[in-house]
Design a protein around this ligand. Sequence first.
Ligand SMILES: *Cc1c(COP(=O)(O)O)cnc(C)c1O
Length: 387
Amino acid sequence: MPRTTFLSYFQPSIGEDEINEVIDTLKSGWVTTGEKSHIFERNFADYLGVDCALALNSCTAALHLALLLLNIKPGDEVITTPFTFVATSNVIEYLHARPVFVDIERDTLNIDPNKIEEKITNKTKAILIVHYGGHACEMNAIMDIANKYSIPVVEDAAHGMGGSYHNKKLGRFGTFSAFSFYANKNITTIEGGMLIGNKELINKARIMSLHGIDRDAWKRYRQDGSWFYEVIYPGLKYNMTDVSASIGLHQLKKINSLQGKRSRIANSYNAAFKNNPFLEVPCQKSKIDHAWFNYPLRLNLERLKISKAEFINELTKLNIGTSVHFIPVHLHPYYKNKYGYVPNDFPVAYKEYQRVLSIPLYPAMLDSDVEDVIESICLILNKVGEK
Ligand SMILES: *Cc1c(COP(=O)(O)O)cnc(C)c1O
């Protein structure tokens, strides 16, 4: 029996604790960056096992600040993956540098370490990696290359919250790493992000994130504060509000139970689909804790009578929401026109894009929702699969 109500691709898990904390903040007389943002930073750094963290209004902001502090200049090159959300390469464009794409591994959909070295030139100033879907990149190989050429690594860990590589949490490898708390990420502040780096770099980033002013506003307005401040750089306006931090504080407390639910759902899908000849389930290499930001299911198109787009339409008709992660960056008009890309410039990214879709995976799903997704997919495949 198909569902009678639409199962949305994603819904955040925001509970009474988050709501009450927001109300407390709204009534407190201090609503923007202040004590709660700082506690959230502290707790996040403790969770990750790092010295310091900077709460920001997005992961995009965190990535932009990271590249700015690495002194990326016009004409510099930053190596990255085309199989990502455009924010990853847009921040390179912000600085008038050039994103140099490296094709992905077929199994994990992460940047292929074997193809990085051939793209390094004397203009390469950073390697910006993405842990696609929450599966770690091949960090040993990537750090070896980075160290060999003394090129800093930045981790776009927007999907990486809760994931690890060889027992080390994602976000602990790069000179900088950036997390996202956008509404559909593993934990949310509605909009928000976190930048991780060493103390000196984070202190500089903090100044850059707030107009280039050398002190926090909240310190100035407290009784013991001073009215005096100096601008040392035309900085950005990237700070996180205490209203957002109020949500993040409680989301962070729930991280283990939220991640547990994600991996249980992923296991149910794996069990249901792994022997299906029309499907390929996501890979999970050994010594990897998967963060399961999404569940990228791949269609074996050569055995199907329909395309991915048609498959998605069929699922929509059965009231199942889906998404696609991602339309490769080099296919977007801005990048295609500026750099003259053709789809097969990154053949693995292009080929996998044509067969990948993300199916619902979030802690608020009921067991019956998971069953509905599985049944609907099997129902469609029974009709369109060629034996
Ligand atoms: C969501 C996402 C971002 C951007 O996060 P924001 O917090 O919305 O700026 C960056 N990179 C990847 C891979 C993402 O999925």
